[in-house]
Design a protein around this ligand. Structure first.
Ligand code: URA
Length: 477
């Protein structure tokens, strides 16, 4: 164990095989564009988790790291130090391979709710630790908490019991796993240092690796609703996460997927759950079945990779076929309902879904001209969803489970003026005006059909990720 001498600016560590470390030197080193080594990063991370390093020094280091960037080696060392800052969950006792999926955040992205029971129904165990709405994107925990009684805060032993019974459990971050990320993430959120590939990679993977996964599928969004705004930034994050997870002994794959429009036909907590359950029942939207084709397809592709990495299918394509069977035969839906009951929730609300949905105010937005829907600024659509009441203005605020947007048409659809484009559900009538204006500004029409983008544009596995990173480093980026 390192010994720590306290004192804000003078914090110092003495270790037999390393020079004494001073926080101020680490801040200056990063500020001047130099790389930190593994003991230095571990010192910072341990100091963040224990509270020994003052927040202003951590914030200064984070800003230096955001501006100067982290090398691949620094990212690996930071990830491992953050993983090891708390306890590690071991799914070994469950006797099955543990797999998970993580998305870099999107609008209407409810694939976690689908892939967890799909992969569990195919013989994997899915210990899924999810997050809340962040910025313009929705959060799996907020969606699940729309189910009366559903508990997202379980102890690690309760988590294990649900996994043993159902094969899947979706919970929030526990205090035991990767505690350094709690401190650093909250600080990043308040200091404008979220959007940095190395910091995002270490934050996401520290939690996932602490959960003891055998395989991890990463869904990295690209397009107008993604956190990282250029395609190359998303590709770099995807390759960095795959290479970092693989170096830590977890098999990983990353898919670059389209977020140039919301995924599926609903964005909002309760209405996304209903869309998910309908899909798991094998039903499609009666009005326009094509409106959630992308959601079904992406969920099956991601689940197919999970099933493959979990050793239950020789190829991801065979995994897709197995996942589709689990969707069609109702076994995934059964697991989802069992998981809800095991976590204290009342799954019978889905039998009375129309009666359960009680938004404070509703407004239909109609097409203001005829033509093709050519573009959707998906970040703006996401803000519209959050401002209807589905997200938070301040940390720890409650969210409205009933708020959200149901889309009646998608990018590429040809619509006539006056036809409904979307139905908005708000907490109160006063909360409708801004989201309606945001939505109207976010949607653009054209005379000709727009170019159809690919749902999955690129896949990184270990080798392709390493090659990509080598090329990028060779190009000096
Ligand atoms: N989600 C996380 O958990 N961490 C990040 O840094 C970004 C998204």
């Amino acid at each position: 164990m390192p010994t720590m001498q306290s004192g804000a600016m003078e914090t110092e560590i003495l270790s037999p095989d390393h020079d004494p470390i001073h926080v101020i030197d680490l801040i200056r080193k990063k500020r001047d564009g130099q790389a930190l080594d593994a003991p230095e990063l571990k010192f910072l991370v341990d100091g963040a988790a224990s509270g020994a390093i003052p927040l202003e020094q951590l914030a200064a280091w984070l800003m230096a790291a955001w501006l100067r960037g982290l090398s691949v080696d620094e990212t690996r060392a930071l990830t491992l130090a953050m993983r090891d800052s708390g306890e590690r969950f071991s799914p070994l006792r469950l006797g099955k391979k543990a797999v998970d999926k993580h998305s870099s955040g999107g609008v209407g992205d409810k694939t976690s709710i689908l892939v967890a029971p799909l992969a569990a129904a195919c013989g994997c165990v899915v210990p899924m630790i999810s997050g809340r709405a962040l910025g313009h994107t929705g959060g799996t925990l907020d969606k699940l908490e729309a189910i009366p009684g559903y508990r997202t805060e379980l102890s690690l032993s309760e988590f294990e019991a649900v996994l043993a019974r159902c094969g899947a459990s979706i919970i929030g971050q526990t205090p035991e796993l990767a505690p350094a990320d709690r401190v650093l993430y909250a600080l990043r959120d308040r200091t404008g240092t979220v959007e940095n590939p190395g910091l995002i990679c270490a934050s996401i993977l520290s939690k996932k690796l602490a959960a003891g996964l055998d395989g991890l599928v990463l869904d990295v969004k690209t397009g107008s609703g993604a956190f990282l705004r250029t395609y190359e930034d998303s590709a770099y994050l995807a390759a960095l996460m795959v290479s970092t997870a693989e170096a830590a002994g977890t098999r990983a794959v990353a898919l670059l997927t389209d977020m140039d429009q919301p995924l599926g036909c609903a964005a909002g907590n309760w209405i996304e759950l209903v869309e998910s359950v309908e899909l798991l029942r094998g039903a499609r939207p009666a009005e326009r079945p094509e409106t959630n084709f992308d959601l079904r397809e992406l969920a099956l592709i991601l689940a197919g990779w999970m099933v493959h990495l979990g050793g239950q299918a020789l190829t991801p394509e065979a995994g897709y076929t197995r996942a589709e069977q689990a969707l069609m035969d109702g076994s995934a839906l059964r697991i989802f309902f069992e998981m809800i009951e095991a976590q204290g929730g009342d799954a019978s609300v889905f039998d009375e879904r129309a009666r359960f949905h009680k938004p404070g105010a509703t407004q239909v937005v109609e097409a203001w001209r005829s033509g093709y829907i050519a573009e959707m600024d998906t970040t703006a659509v996401g803000w519209a969803v959050q401002r209807l009441g589905a997200g938070r203005e301040k940390a720890d605020e409650p969210v409205d489970p009933h708020a959200g947007i149901r889309f009646h048409a998608r990018r590429g659809c040809c619509v006539e003026a006056g036809r409904p484009l979307a139905t908005l559900y708000a907490t109160t009538a006063a909360k409708l005006a801004e989201p309606v204006a945001l939505l109207r500004r976010a949607i653009h029409f054209s005379e000709a059909p727009p170019h159809a983008g690919a749902l999955v544009s690129r896949i990184f596995a270990r080798q392709t990720a390493e090659e990509y990173l080598r090329k990028r480093m060779g190009a000096g980026q």
